[in-house]
Ligand binder design. Structure first.
Ligand code: PGA
Length: 249
């Protein structure tokens, strides 16, 4: 049984007062037994303070350094070991905003995922096609290639999570049809089975991300092979984030 994971990606949002208040609101909602897992990924500026607050859910970074060492001459970078040291449990890697704006290749994403796993963090490895790729009928080919290139051989269902986020659905209010989501998630799981074996693939969680809102969450999260959501904009308001989570009670 794959337990659903409701994950918030705050991106580059929240100054201290707002971010700590939002974290506290999420932690207050999640201080009992829940039938699903919850993760929040604040910006690096707040990660240490958020992780130091009492909590019973996952707290993650949005990225880790690709550098081959835990410390050294890598100005501006924060290693997976440093993120772990702050008290985090997870980190996003390979988000499409980093692939596009920071030219991160599958190889870079895979190396970051390896570093995360090596440091004891669970990477949430993101994949997803652009609109041009979807319109060219290439969505499955693009996403399965990203899986082959971005998921390290050390990945297991316990130490790794996948997120399928069509680039054209992120922050746009557009979402794929449930049939399209089912098709891609099925293809991702089949590719994971080829790369890691079917036992691991069957248990590994594959999140959907891209314009998940309270109004569409129940439907998206009931699609076969969808094991949770990676939520951007709607994770910044406790009412919306929790309305999405509440669809899973
Ligand atoms: P969105 O972002 O929910 O605002 O579309 C999702 C993401 O980029 O992780």
């Amino acid at each position: 049984m794959r337990r659903k994971l409701i994950a918030g990606n705050w991106k580059m949002n929240c100054l201290k007062a707002d971010g700590l208040a939002l974290a506290k609101a999420v932690f207050d909602k999640t201080n009992g037994t829940l039938p699903f897992d919850v993760l929040i990924c604040p910006p690096m500026s707040l990660l240490g303070q958020v992780a130091a607050m009492p909590h019973q859910i996952g707290v993650g970074a949005q990225d880790v350094a690709v550098a081959p060492k835990a410390n050294g001459a890598f100005t501006g970078d924060v290693s997976a070991e440093m993120v772990k040291d702050l008290g985090a449990s997870h980190t996003i890697v390979g988000h499409s905003e980093r692939r596009a704006m920071h030219h991160e290749t599958d190889e870079i994403v895979r190396t970051k995922a390896e570093r995360a796993i090596g440091a004891g963090l669970i990477p949430v490895i993101c994949v997803g096609e652009t609109l041009a790729e979807r319109e060219a009928g290439q969505a499955i080919a693009v996403v399965t290639k990203q899986i082959r290139g971005s998921v390290p051989a050390s990945a297991t269902a316990e130490n790794c999570v996948i997120a399928y986020e069509p680039v054209w659905a992120i922050g746009t209010g557009k979402v794929p049809t449930t049939a399209d989501v089912a098709e891609i998630h099925g293809a991702v799981r089949a590719e994971l089975a080829k790369v890691l074996g079917s036992d691991i693939a069957d248990q590994m969680r594959i999140l959907y991300g891209g314009s998940v809102k309270p109004a569409n969450a129940k439907e998206l999260l009931s699609v076969s092979d969808v094991d949770g959501a990676l939520i951007g904009g709607a994770s910044l308001k406790i009412e919306d984030f929790w309305a999405i989570a509440e669809t899973q009670f």
